[in-house]
Each structure stands twice: as C-alpha cells, then as structure tokens.
Design a protein around this ligand. Structure first.
Ligand SMILES: [Zn+2]
Length: 317
C-alpha cells in the first residue's frame, strides 16, 4: 500500500509518496495558494501526479495531511489555522476525499513532523524525546514512553508560546514574552534588521540592497563569519536555550531534535543551547541530553503525515 503525505505550510506545500516501509517514492514542493478551493485543487494535482507516474495508475491508497493549528479530527476540519486563515473551519479532509476518492486523515503539522522523525529520522532510537521546529514560528512535539503526546485537540506542545519574559515582547496570541518572539526565524530577521545600524561593515548591508532580509541570508553570512549575523544567531540561541531548559526540567528527555527551516543553522545554534541548558537545567536532568538536527527538514513532516494515514488505514480506523 502506498500513501501520500502532505505538509501545508504558510509558504509552501510539500508532498511525498511513500510505501509502507517508508521508502520515498516521490517528492514535490509548490507555493501555498490563497483560498481553500485552490489549496484542495493543488493537493489534488500533487496526488494525481504521483498516481499517474506510478505503474498501474492507482498507486496512492490513502492520504495524510499535516497542517498547523487545532484540529477537529472527527470532522476532518481545521478549527484555527494562524498561518493559513483560508483553512480555518474548512472541512479539508472531506473536500479532498470527494476530489480524490481515497481516505484522507488530517493531523497537526508538529505531530506529523514527530511521526516522521520517529519513523525515518533520528527519533527512532529514543523513547522520550522532544522535537522543536524553528521556522516562521516555533512548534514542538513530545514522545513520551514511545508514544506521541498530542493533547486534547492535537495542539499540545505549542512551545513557541511559552513565556520566557514576563514583561517582554508582545505576541499576537495575547501573551507577552513568548519564546517565538525571540527565537524564531521571524525574530531573527527582526532583531538583525534592528542592529544593522550598529554594524556598518556587515556583509548583510550589501545583501539587502534592493531586496528584503531573510533568515537564510543571515545564516549564509554567519557561515562567512559576519559578526552581526553571528551575534544575532547567538542571541537567538540563548533565548532558545532558556526555553529548552524549562522543557528539559519538565520532560526529562533523552534527546531534543530540531526541525524547521532554521535548523539548517544548527551548527551555530546547538552549542549555545547545550551550554545554556548545562548552566540552567536541574543537575539530575541536564546530564546526557542529546541535541540533534532532523535528518531531513524538508521531507520529514509530510513523511510523518503519510505514516499517520497508513497507520489509520491499516487499523481500519
Ligand atoms: Zn504567544
């Protein structure tokens, strides 16, 4: 049995085709369209593309869809979706089932990423571990005694909204001092832009002529040794380390695995996070925690969505 897995992000939709053993049979990435109708059509096109390429023409038996936000799994709809407002309240699973004629299961995107990492990534060798996705915002997931913890509505581990500074930066969620206001790709761009004036010699000043600053640029310039880029990533990593210290004290994990676009900068971020946790976490809990980067930042969440759909399908749920 083959499954397609989709990860709907605010910027891109990523799709994989896989068999039951997790062998990757196809991968596609497209920009996320604006309306729910266009999103359904785009996903339909991706799945049809997989099916037509495979021999027999009916290679996709089931579809898993990962999406940010709180879900109503029973109705197959997304209750709230901060990054893709068009999908709020939309019964996406039913719309896709009607279009494709196969079973469709939806899951929170962070849970899908954990499932993918547990199946084919670095998570498989641990029973208690945390996943932290560093992107536009910060998401997370937890594996506890080998099982993925999802919470009541599938939205557990919203660690981006853990407050680490009581009088700190305002967050659109209504709280202040939320971790993602300091340690996401968005925060990195914001803080680096704010400091540009203090670094007249920074290579980033040349990079942004006629274009907008991105986290990718900051990472690239950090690799070339730019002081501003390095300082910004260092500060982000300190904040992140404080947030992760709280998580280490709560969950007592064997490992913390980083995903999301910004995890590419892991070689700068991880040593600082490790030091911060060493300095601050409880003695009995900080020892031996492994800090790792996901095996495949681009494909793991959609692979996990496919895995969840395969599991449901095999169980006959
Ligand atoms: Zn918040």
């Amino acid at each position: 049995m083959n499954a397609a897995g989709i990860d709907i992000g605010g910027t891109n939709i990523r799709a994989v085709l896989t068999d039951e053993s997790g062998t990757l049979l196809g991968f596609r990435k497209i920009s996320t369209p604006r309306t729910s109708r266009e999103i359904v059509d785009a996903i339909g096109g991706l799945v049809a593309g997989f099916a037509s390429r495979a021999a027999g023409g009916c290679a996709v038996s089931v579809l898993g869809v990962g999406c940010a936000g709180a879900l109503d799994r029973g109705r197959g709809s997304i209750i709230t979706s901060p990054n893709i407002p068009a999908l709020a309240g939309f019964p996406i699973a039913r719309a896709l089932e009607k279009k494709l004629g196969i079973r469709v299961f939806i899951e929170n995107d962070a849970t899908a990423a954990v499932a993918g990492e547990q199946w084919k990534g670095n998570g498989g060798r641990f029973s208690n571990w945390l996943m932290i996705t560093l992107g536009t915002g910060i998401g997370g997931g937890a594996v506890i005694n080998g099982g993925i913890y999802t919470g009541r509505s599938g939205a557990a581990l919203e660690i981006g909204h853990m407050s680490i500074d009581h009088g700190g930066r305002r967050c659109p969620c209504g709280n202040t001092g939320c971790l993602e206001r300091y340690a996401s790709a968005t925060a990195l761009v914001h803080d680096t832009r704010r400091r540009l004036g203090n670094f007249p010699g920074s290579s980033l000043r040349t990079r942004i002529k006629g274009t907008v600053l991105t986290a990718q640029m900051i990472y690239e310039e950090a690799r070339s040794g730019d002081e501003l880029a390095l300082q910004s990533i260092n500060e982000l990593s300190r904040w992140l380390g404080i947030g992760i210290t709280n998580l280490v004290n709560i969950f007592n994990p064997e490992a913390v695995i980083f995903g999301g676009g910004l995890s590419k900068a892991g070689r700068f971020i991880l040593p600082v996070v490790r030091n911060t946790v060493e300095e601050r976490a409880l003695k009995g809990l900080r020892k031996g925690v492994r800090f790792l980067v996901t095996k495949n930042e681009e494909k793991t969440p959609s692979l996990g969505a496919a895995k969840i759909a395969l599991d449901h399908s095999i169980k006959g749920a």
